[in-house]
Design a protein around this ligand. Sequence first.
Ligand code: F3S
Length: 296
Amino acid sequence: MEIRVAKTAGFCFGVKRAVDLTYGLLNEGCKVATLGPLIHNPQAVEDMQKKGALVADAIADVPAGYEAVIRSHGVPRTVYDELDARGITYHDATCPFVQKIQRIAAEAEKAGAVLLVAGDKTHPEVQGIVGHTRGEVFVFADLAELKAWKGPSDPQKPLFAVAQTTFQVTKWQESSEFLKKAYTNARIFDTICNATWARQQEAEDLSQKCDIVVVIGGHHSSNTQKLVQVAAKHTRAITVETASELRPEWFADVKVAGVTAGASTPSSIIEEVLNSMSAEINDSMSFEEMLNASEE
Ligand code: F3S
């Protein structure tokens, strides 16, 4: 069996930045509390906890003497106000691509516009974006929900439309096409980040050439689950959080297996999964050899 590894597999720019910042603080001897799990990867979070980081579910849980880290998903404006009010030193690892959407949300408020957000209303990134406007907001998960929307409370109100950075590219394309026709005054901002575009594109390409695609990532990671959905359009797609979840029977009759990973999957876990797959199947091919073979 041949194993093809996606070049884009693993940490994106924003996640790497947040992880490097947190380890940097820990290495300097700072007491660090992240506001929620820093990334959607339990193994990586556990490693940070072993090195002394705390996960605070609320600002009130940040102990005295600890410095807070805002994760790459970002937070609503009120969180900054509360951190300031409590005198907590904080480090902001909000991804610049998310900050851009938060600025658009603030602009929407200034313009008296309704903010339309394509995304998952329970996801912290979306809650953070929504928390940067006090104006009218509508969050939709797909075209069907957008079509079911009754429209702004005042039809004269302008509309600003954005997408969660990890939204599924094809779903955004069909939603923005609909918006252009149904609301000709809508300003549409393409805010899916480049890392997401590249990962989904590569997952789609891989899935057309492989009998199975293994997506490595947290079971609660939004971008990981999107990669599974994209790959599943063309082939069998499965997701594992660690190498221990791999099942040899998945690879019976498989000639070519593709491997990709979500934006919050550490390279050590990708390496473990690839080593485990190669041990099962290819006997001797190392992680580096597989990566090199994929690049040829
Ligand atoms: Fe930023 Fe995109 Fe990663 S928004 S955190 S670079 S998935």
